[in-house]
Write a protein that binds this ligand. Structure first.
Ligand code: GLN
Length: 489
């Protein structure tokens, strides 16, 4: 089988048995990257040297009879907002320049401990603000299923890397939809875990009450495998829970969905939604019904009406505070000036892009005295109501089935001058972050145009395994996402 079609578990078992070396697997990944990257621009940094060294280390472990771990020799990509020691971590921004973190993010440590080999840092919207990966200082990434279209965002480079077969597993971060929407646009699976499930130590913060790390993959089994590796308690992230984690792989291999009640959200099917995505929801519902699930209608009226404005107050407010540290003194890029205040002003003015500045200004405004009560505090109250609305829905259902985004991947440039339409791309995903719930994009097929369709599954907090179980059943019917060959123009 060609490298790009192999899933993580088959690479790991071939490496563990000594049938393939980790160096061979990593070289195959680097070749694939070399041939498609000029068209896709999915990576900001290719870590060729560190990857080959790491792979040789894994091969050494195999040779000496040590257990190399469940991801032995598996090439992976991480989003460029996750710290990698000695390897630049840009967040897609000019302001971080060539900043090299002095430490690895927790997920990077966990991946490497499991034997995975990081081959690259993926392209992203600057500081994870955006839905198209067009707001990157390093240029836009392309959708591997059609390179005239965006891969979604902000983790567009990670989604594209998994779809194009650079790697079987990639990591992204999701603050308002940044794993699920690009997974949908590139035609792969993607999971945003419950808030507090995965450590964010070493993830550059965007909006700390919403950010969460999760995997992309071309099989539910690989998503489960990645979750088993990255979800554990970490005292270095105070929001990371001590709860015991379930075995996600067991959920993928023996899904128990019979008797589950699945909620269909009335409001989300009435709003603007591409007909192919509506058909996907209906098709998925009938697959789940034939596996013994019951469909129940639920209402998420407040989430549908107020989720977006609420998010666009809370996320910028937190971002304006988190991004205050980038002042040209401690990190990366600096614009020299005669005095400190003008150094800050010049560095931040030329170091941040337009969208990031828009968020910092909005966030600073909604937190300023006189407007704090009217905007920020009101948004916090709305957020509470959105949480309560989901909790109410979960009294009558076990999992909610809804769309990921209202449209199929749009063309590059189409929404760049229209921030509100760009924000609308996350209208179905943002409420899930506001409520801290786990949400998953599950691939459901390719349209005749070659563009992918998918659905979103949402579960109560800490019931992430239910998503994996339902996804396994859906995948059995619709198949795994095929590898994209780099897309036609
Ligand atoms: N697109 C949303 C935003 O721009 C969500 C981004 C994300 O999840 N990081 O804020």
């Amino acid at each position: 089988m060609r490298y790009e079609q192999m899933d993580a578990s088959s690479i790991a078992s071939a490496v563990t048995r000594g049938e393939v070396s980790a160096v061979e697997a990593v070289s195959a990944s680097l070749d694939r990257i070399g041939s498609l990257e000029p068209r896709l621009n999915a990576l900001i940094t290719v870590m060729e040297e560190r990857a080959l060294e790491r792979a040789a280390y894994v091969d050494g472990q195999v040779a000496s009879g040590c257990d190399p771990g469940p991801l032995a020799g598996v090439p992976v990509v991480v989003k460029d907002n996750m710290c990698t020691r000695g390897v630049r971590t840009t967040c897609g921004s000019r302001i971080l320049g060539d900043w090299e973190p002095p430490y690895d993010a927790a997920v990077v440590e966990l991946f490497e401990k499991a034997g995975a080999v990081i081959v690259g840092k993926s392209n992203m919207d600057e500081f994870a603000m955006g839905s198209s990966t067009e707001h990157s200082y390093f240029g836009p990434a392309s959708n591997p299923r059609d390179i005239s279209r965006v891969p979604g965002g902000s983790s567009g480079g990670s989604a594209a890397s998994a779809a194009a077969g650079y790697v079987p597993i990639a990591l992204g971060s999701d603050t308002g939809g940044s794993i699920r929407q690009p997974a949908a646009f590139c035609g792969v699976h993607g999971l945003k875990p419950t808030y507090g499930m995965v450590s964010r130590w070493g993830l550059v913060a965007f909006a700390s009450s919403l950010d969460q790390i999760g995997p992309f993959g071309r099989s539910v089994g690989d998503i489960a495998l990645a979750m088993d590796v990255i979800s554990s308690h970490d005292p270095r992230d105070s929001t990371c829970s001590r709860r015991e984690r379930p075995s996600f792989r067991d959920g993928a291999s023996s899904p128990a969905v019979k008797g589950m009640r699945i909620g269909i959200v009335r409001e989300f099917l009435e709003g603007p939604l591409d007909p192919s995505l509506k058909r996907s929801i209906e098709g998925t519902a009938s697959v789940l019904v034939s596996s013994g699930c019951a469909m129940v209608e639920v209402s998420l009226e407040e989430s549908a009406s107020f989720g977006l404005p609420c998010y666009y107050i809370i996320a910028p407010a937190e971002a304006s505070s988190n991004l205050a540290r980038f002042d040209g003194v401690r990190y990366g890029f600096r614009e020299e000036a005669p005095d400190l205040v003008s150094q800050f002003t010049r560095t931040r003015s030329s170091g941040f892009g337009e969208e990031v500045k828009r968020r910092i200004l909005t966030g600073t405004f909604v937190l300023s005295s006189g407007y704090y009560d009217a905007y920020y505090l009101t948004a916090l109250k709305v957020r509470k109501r959105i949480c309560e609305e989901f909790d109410r829905a979960f009294r009558s259902v076990d999992v909610i089935l809804m769309p990921v985004a209202p449209s199929l991947p749009f063309r590059k440039g189409d929404l760049l001058d229209d921030p509100i339409s760009m924000y609308m791309s996350d209208v179905f995903t943002l409420p899930v972050n506001l409520a801290g719930l786990p949400g998953m994009t599950v691939f459901t097929g390719l349209e005749p145009s070659g563009l992918p369709t998918s659905v979103q599954l949402v579960a109560p907090r800490w019931q992430d395994r239910r998503l994996i179980e339902c996804a396994a059943v859906i995948e059995e019917r619709f198949g795994c996402p095929p590898v994209a060959e780099g897309g036609a123009l």
